[in-house]
Design a protein around this ligand. Sequence first.
Ligand code: GUN
Length: 297
Amino acid sequence: MSATIISGAKIARTIREELHGQVAELTAGGLVPGLATILVGDSPASQLYVGMKNRAAAEAGLHSRQSTLPEDTSEAGLLDLIATLNADPEVHGILVQLPLPKQIDEAKVLLAVDPAKDVDGFHPMNVGRLATGDPAVLAPCTPRGIVEMLMRSGHDPAGKHVVVVGRSNIVGKPMAFLLLRQAPGGNATVSVAHSRTADLGALTRTADILVVAVGRPGTVTADMVKPGAVVIDVGTNRVVDLDVDRGYRVVGDVDFDGVQEVAGAITPVPGGVGPMTIAMLLANTVEAAVRLRGGGA
Ligand code: GUN
């Protein structure tokens, strides 16, 4: 058997076209949704991600601006910038790219973002609202993108056993909360596995839908997947490959070649979850703008 490929790139393109239309209507009515991104330091990966987010925002017709701060920025300096953006009526969404340099307390920074502008869904108030099943919360972009991708490819998680591998605050935990909600895209039975799970393969083999988000290539191999399961690969890992000009390849956490022989459907890396994350950032920014104006979702 060879799995169907779920193209996040294609689904994300459709969503971005839908958003482009919605943004044009809002703009005609005098509301230009605005996204402010903050990049601290010079990590090439973070630079690339933030650049992609701003480009996508501009393409969708959003007002977008990036603040780039040096690696030695103080915590107070970053908090000042966030306060300024919180008060700026042209800014409806604020994204602080993670990770932050070690002199800055990440928890303090996430708490400083106005929850109404928290398009990453990382503020503790939004985390709590997600955990309690609030259907109107701004949910973290990667798990929200995965739910959207499952629904649009005909794999409604309702009643299915979803195994999430990874317990990060950015993906694993919010993924579990979204899948548990009594709402479209939710109503799944969810297990969360992590580095201390005793027999990972025994658990993953019971998954109808398997979401893998640990940041380690080869975490899931063909023998760990139930025949016909849907496999969502969140990993973005660089592995050395001297056969290509740039010297590396980007691979996920799943052994794609082996697993696609067993799975019913699978996301590729690149071109799977990544583009969905960006599309959901735009969707969250548009939603935040509409709510801040007071027009409902
Ligand atoms: N770093 C890795 N993923 C993310 C994300 O979704 N949002 C932010 N702000 N930083 C990240």
